[in-house]
Design a protein around this ligand. Sequence first.
Ligand code: ADP
Length: 676
Amino acid sequence: MTRNASAAGARGASGTRRWVLWGLLVALIVGLLAMLMWLAARYESSQVQDLLDRDAAEAVSDVRSRLLRNVQSLQALQSRNQEPSGRWSAQAATILREHQELLRIEWRDRALATLAQVDTPYRTPLFDRLGRANAQAEVQLACSNAQRASGPAYSASYFVPQGDGLGLQVMELCLPVTVEGAHGGYLVATYGLNEMLSEMVGRQLVRNQDVMFTEADGTRLAFHGLARRGNRAYSGRQLMDLPGHTLVLRLDNWRDGPDLFPNFLTAMVAAMALALVSVLVLLGRDTRRRLRAERSLADALAFRKAMEDSLVAGLRARDTLGRTSYVNAAFCEMVGFSVQELLHPDLNAPYWPPELAQEYRQRQLGRLAGNTPPREGFESVFMRKDGSRFPVMVFEAPLIDVQGRQAGWMSAVLDISEQRRVEELSRASQERLQATARLATAGEMASLLSHELNQPLAAISSYATGSINMLRDTGGPDNVGLIIQALQQIAEQSQRAGRVIKSVHDFVRRREQVHETIAPGQLVEAIMPLVTLQARKLLVRIQITLEPDLPAVRCDRTMIEQVLLNLARNAMQAMDCPGQGLRSMSLEVRRAVNGDRESGLHSWTEFSVADTGPGIPGPVAEKLFTPFFTTKPEGMGLGLSLCRTVVEQHGGTLTFETDPAHGTVFRFTLPTAAIR
Ligand code: ADP
């Protein structure tokens, strides 16, 4: 109970630990995946950012190169015309037509007074509404810068309101003009910042993103694009340094789609994460299944072990080389050796008695050579560790492994010492019972004896009286011959009486069972004095028939004589009833002719005792061999049951045939000595 509880406790603790470990693993994996996804998203956005920065730089360089080319065109315009004229205006108009970003070109003198001017044909003239004078400050600043640098200079951008309520963000470019080698005024060109963006930035750059000019502080000046809005904006900024003024060019990229899977890489990572989690789940399920299988296997093993340990039969396995490979607890207990001592690589087992080891080794070699042991087992003797021997019953069978090959031999060993003791006890009590039966017979015989001894004793007494009388009357030597005769008669009669007494004594004396070889005639002869005693009393005629040249039989003489005597006595007693006609008992000995017995290895001798009595009625016949069953007032009812036991102990059988008309025949068989 306590062991079960502690085992359950240990199982519970290990279960909790396993769950904690699993939880930790899942948390780690989730953390790892989240980090991976975050990194992937970051990588992706940095990619976009880089691209955007590159695009912004490209846009700035586009604008710069276009501005430079414009400066060259304007310089060319000035070098072709030495003074303002119609031709100049025509050429300037051409430039304005070709460059939409330019809104107006003016030729100003050294004092910045306008000499000539042309407006872009694409919109209403810029300064129509508010007049040019408002922008004079910017023009002045740009031109003084240009004068100083002797090259193009740009003004800060400024807002020019328009008639439609909107306005334009513009910027002035001032270019010093040289007329015949001397400073001849300025060429002032006005750029629209919006137009600059739409005309000067590469088309592919503005296809998907918004482009704008801003101040350094982020204030938006001009914008070109679709003004889309998405979830997430990336923006790239690039400074555009122009002589006299600095602008910031900004590119905005609006990205759509959910934040979780912003791109292919993140989606891939997420898919792999999902796959990983599924694999984990499958692995977990597999582990659980394996654990369950392991647990049921352990339970089955424990059950088998418990079964083996609680078996009373010893189990022993030996490999194909004859070495002991397994023994159970019962076997160890039986022989008193430990498992380690028994799993010995030596072919000689420690429980083999040394005097029998040679024989056992031979038996084992035979087994290894393929001799199959008897199915019903065989008896053997083993030795305990303390050296005591004990009988065992060994059942041996081939040990077949899972592949169907013989892996050795498996034996079940039973200690049969207790069984032997019980057998011995029952044999002893059987013997005692037989002795009792003999005593009973003896009692019966004693009454016969008293009758039989009367005769010799009466004869002795009358011979003795006669002799005394003769000696007293005559006292002479004439009667010596007669007296000697009388004394001889006395001696003979007393010997006869002695024989009668001895026959009873011999019969009653208890002896050890000894099997001896004896002629059947001798057995019959031995019982004759007692049989004739009774026959004479009961007026029965006895007929003895012995087949010539009978082989000797091997038996316990006393016991078989008692069987014969019992049967003869029963036969004679059966005929001792009023109205019984012929009183004849026949005792016959011959070779058995029973076909079954003939075909066997043994040869048998059959004894039969037949009477001419009234036979045995059915109800009596049923209980005939039951101990203590008798129909006689002074009977003990042990005779027939003992007879059958004795005959069967000799390997024979006792049978009877009965018929009211002819009487009863009892037959029993004994094995002959020669073949046995
Ligand atoms: P007991 O002689 O002491 O009665 P037995 O076992 O020898 O015991 O015999 C049992 C009974 O069998 C007898 O009492 C008798 O009735 C019957 N019996 C035995 N032999 C014969 C026989 N030859 N004829 C008829 N009855 C018999």
